[in-house]
Write a protein that binds this ligand. Sequence first.
Ligand SMILES: Cc1cc2nc3c(=O)[nH]c(=O)nc-3n(C[C@H](O)[C@H](O)[C@H](O)COP(=O)(O)OP(=O)(O)OC[C@H]3O[C@@H](n4cnc5c(N)ncnc54)[C@H](O)[C@@H]3O)c2cc1C
Length: 386
Amino acid sequence: MSDFEPTFPEVREVVRKLCADFPGEYWRRLDRERTYPAEFVTALTDAGFLSVLIPEAYGGSGLGLGAATAILEEIHRSGCNGGACHAQMYTMGTILRHGSPAQKDAYLPKVASGELRLQAFGVTEPTAGTDTTRISTFARRDGDDYVVNGQKIWISRAEHSDLMVLLCRTTAREQAGKPSNGMSVLLVDMREAVGNGLTIRPIRTMLNHATTELFFDNLRVPAENLIGEEGKGFKYIIDGMNAERILIASECIGDGRFFIDRATSYAKERAVFGRPIGENQGVQFPIARSYVQVSAAALMVDRAAALFDAGQPCGTEANMAKMLASEASWYAADQCLQTHGGFGFAEEYDIERKFRETRLYQVAPISTNLILSHVATHVLGLPKSF
Ligand SMILES: Cc1cc2nc3c(=O)[nH]c(=O)nc-3n(C[C@H](O)[C@H](O)[C@H](O)COP(=O)(O)OP(=O)(O)OC[C@H]3O[C@@H](n4cnc5c(N)ncnc54)[C@H](O)[C@@H]3O)c2cc1C
């Protein structure tokens, strides 16, 4: 993924060509109207880019996470945004790794073809926050169904998904032995659920992200939609988080390169005091620093993806990649805005839009402090503070 030797060059080339059909004007209009990039997502689906993690046996291309990071990086470097659809790539991993053979046969080929959109992932709750073991959305077994009650927040793409991977409690925390026991994963068919116990309320945010709040009121989910064993859901969700963090990190690398590309060309063209602003070291050094930071972060993303694809443990590397890449992209965003002076604030340059978009990644899908806590306690052996 480093700029020195880009991985999957042919894949990148095709992604760039596809993205050229979705220029800044397209994204600015969606941003103004707060609408979903349906055409862009369809184009990516039809080109097979969203099924690269699905094995060939189920209709995907089975290329692995390295290819997926190349795709998302190029999408973001082109000024587009993969946030509307990246979850279609990895959310199916919960079924792939922990589903029954019947569930895999029923869902994965349709997710691979795009016939089924599986890109909603319901974990976060308003009161639990990052402390996932405190979730209280509860699924009570009743005959052949589970009956779900509770609330989720920040569940992205829920209105644009046919299926959702939902984490809920099936045993109260106090009775589960360990806090991480007693949670289960259900596959919710959104087409049947909405209006029958599930209400979706969109949340308007500083970026166009199609995120929502969900309210469950006696929603019935067939027991056959339980993924894996009841009570083991927390482990299944954690398993999927490494892929998510590595992929988000690659989006940050793409954003970082977008900002560096834009800042560099503007600094070469814009002349003030009779010379290009890029001739001033006060302007060129922050751009160069960005390049150094993004290049270093990209190596960590490559390393984490390679470990993931080799089936090796990669939790720490995935976390470090996400943290380094999100900080590098944010610094790149800031220097790019500064390089553009007043024009950086004008919508037509796309800098302010990307600036808002890339800020998210220091908070979601996991915030920087929690990554530092992981490194401090799991790697360095320091005492846990919570
Ligand atoms: C646009 C958007 C889309 C999202 N999409 C999804 C989605 O699709 N599905 C989903 O399940 N979730 C989603 N999320 C939720 C996201 O994963 C969480 O917002 C994120 O993990 C942070 O959790 P929180 O907001 O509850 O913050 P909190 O847990 O309330 O934390 C708030 C702040 O306090 C800090 N903090 C908390 N505890 C500690 C501690 N012990 N030590 C040091 N610092 C601490 C955190 O680092 C953070 O900065 C999304 C969020 C956003 C904003």
